[in-house]
Design a protein around this ligand. Sequence first.
Ligand code: FES
Length: 358
Amino acid sequence: MSVRRLAEPEFQPADFAFNKANAAAAKKWIAKYPKGRQQSAIIPLLMLAQDQEGWVTKAAIESVCDMLDMPYIRGLEVATFYTQYQLKPVGTRAHIQVCGTTPCMLRGAGELMDVCRSKIHPEQFHTNEDGTLSWEEVECLGACVNAPMIMVFKDTYEDLTPERLAEIIDAFEAGKGDTIEAGPQIDRFYSAPQGGFTSLADEKAVLKSTRAKATGVAKAAQVPPSKAARHKTDAAETNEAVQSPSPVKASAKAEKAAGTAKPSLDHKDRPKGIDKPTAVDDLKLISGIGPKNEAILHELGIYTFAQVASWKKAERGWVDAYLNFHGRIEREDWVKQAKALAKGGVAEYTRVFGKKPV
Ligand code: FES
């Protein structure tokens, strides 16, 4: 942890006052907190002061404390604790904060600091000759998955190599920092695995589908059908939707509302359903089928391993549109699993896949 002290007296300006825009912004921040809790606005007010001055001066801390009617020591505690506040003048174009906590250190933060030493200044908290750049080591900035990383003002730059950091520093020094896209600097989507999703690969569809279903079911549960709707709707179906929504109908309703309607139940690709037999196979033995998907399959007349084993591509596509979490039929090869289970139950499954079904 770096030692955080106020800048030496020779750097400290004699006084501080918010400019007009920031004074109005400060007023708004203070008004956001409940009566008697206005001191909670210290964090955003100190940020405003830093945005205005480039760093947090002693006069600014005291001025903010006066505004919030709090002892100076409380303001000093906050300002010296959080590394988001710069307590000394920093580079005018970039102040680079290098995370030096364990995950980043293990992934090369030491080399990143060497780059800062050679390109900016051998010691942290010193600006380069032109006063445009400065750097410091800080504790974890919360992007450990994408270590090693740096923060420049409010943006993070992650998955760094020394070479990439050197390019970023050069861009800021040239006044072109805004041309560098913040976030991961490699083929990674936010903090997803490098190179692309390895699970829930169809996540957009999952999110859309689950949200639509949640909305649809909630609406079905809350809004009683109008008289007109009752005239048009089969009474038994309406009651079912309101009191005990069937997975297939509720899902279809939600998808319709979301504009992502499923293929019709009469579609030619629908696999042949059967009436519930006396002996129903436990479809949950197939990896990817849980209680919810099993209930959906039952609604569609699918009760046996043999049925699943017989699905052709088009039929798999049709069923997939009705399931929670699309893409699982292919990804987890339900047909192969069902073939093994239909042929010899758990023993055959274990022989084929080298493990028991879970
Ligand atoms: S350890 Fe570096 S961001 Fe958390």
